[in-house]
Design a protein around this ligand. Structure first.
Ligand code: FMN
Length: 322
């Protein structure tokens, strides 16, 4: 695949939307690692239309290299269409519709994965959003709601019919949340019936997994989520492996800590030091996972009272390993 609608993709590796994670800082690092496409965190259509400041900040993409997909969630065709238009005006290159989120407070409102149980409404939402914007519209879904309703093929077909430019299939049921294994067979089943591109998602942990998903399912691109936590190198290593069959070395400790510091700086720039201190605790823990003394550093990081202190802790580790 080299495009979704009119949006050109330079390779087959896409960064997954992740609430609380895939902010501007994360996306800049993912893009630098070569990702063909990055996506915002999921954004509530209504919160966007109310102009909630914290929601508007989710659209901040200052200084980012495109293309950027903005993911919205909701259950009303009208407000989803308005929110999509708002996001397009704010610079979205694509709009992604969330039909996979399993979180109770989302599905309770008929949003996220609940839309897979309401195909007629899902189709109306897609149709209205497609007619409201000029950018390509994609749909991200799961395998189905539960074992008794595996309907990704049905939803994907109706998405294509409603004008979607691509679909992403996460091979888990809503009922599984993130447990168990992703079923790549459902990605294959969707790919077999669609003409628009299909992006496969779920449980890619290594570049070889990405190769295997592409080969086994025939999907057009892969989307990587959790394997990229504290590990943007998964993108560069996967891109390299897919194009050459060669495995690049793992990042050095120096590269890891350096990137963690850069991540901290990017979050501080975008959201201020106070929020950066809180948000970077989890990222820092992911970056240092597996390094000597990581458990102790993590404890210290969690007690850090300023971003400077956090930076010094990471830098100290850097000095210790050099
Ligand atoms: C912390 C976290 C937040 C997530 N937030 C979103 C989200 O906002 N929108 C969405 O469509 N999927 C979201 N997901 C699901 C991922 O995009 C992806 O489908 C899932 O993690 C499976 O891919 P993986 O095995 O590569 O992680 C989230 C997943 C995690 C772990």
């Amino acid at each position: 695949m080299n495009a979704i609608g009119k949006v050109r993709l330079v390779n087959q590796v896409i960064a997954a939307p992740m609430a609380g994670i895939s902010d501007r800082a994360y996306r800049i690092l993912a893009k630098e690692a070569g990702c063909a496409l990055v996506c915002t965190e999921m954004i509530s259509d209504l919160a966007l239309l109310y102009g909630n400041p914290r929601t508007l900040q989710l659209l901040d993409h200052t200084g980012e290299a495109g293309p950027l997909s903005v993911q919205i969630f909701g259950s009303s065709p009208d407000s989803m269409a308005k929110a999509a238009k708002f996001a397009e005006n704010a610079g979205a290159d694509l709009i992604d519709l969330n039909m996979g989120c399993p979180v109770p407070k989302v599905v309770r409102n008929g949003e996220g994965a609940a839309l897979m149980r309401n195909p007629e409404l899902a189709a109306r939402i897609i149709r209205e959003v497609v007619s409201a914007v000029n950018v390509p519209v994609t749909v991200k879904m799961r395998k189905g709601w539960d074992e008794g309703s595996v309907n990704a093929v049905e939803i994907a077909l109706l998405a294509e019919d409603a004008g979607a430019a691509a679909v992403t299939v996460h091979g888990r049921l809503k009922s599984q949340y993130y447990a168990g294994h992703a079923d790549w067979g459902i990605i294959k089943a969707v790919k077999e019936v669609l003409t628009i591109p299909v992006i496969g998602n779920g449980d890619i942990q290594t570049p070889a997994d990405a190769r295997q998903m592409l080969d086994e399912t025939g999907c057009d691109a892969v989307m990587i989520g959790r394997a990229a936590l504290g590990n943007p190198w998964i993108f560069s290593r996967t891109i390299h492996f897919l194009s050459s069959g060669e495995s690049l070395p793992f990042p050095s400790i120096y590269e890891k800590l350096n990137t963690a510091l850069r991540h901290l700086d990017l979050v501080s720039q975008g959201k201020g030091d106070k929020i950066a201190l809180l948000e970077m605790r989890k990222h820092a823990a992911w970056y240092i996972r597996g390094l000597p003394g990581a458990a102790l550093t993590r404890q210290k990081i969690n007690r850090a009272e300023s971003v400077m202190e956090l930076a010094v802790l990471l830098a100290q580790d850097l000095v210790n390993v050099k």
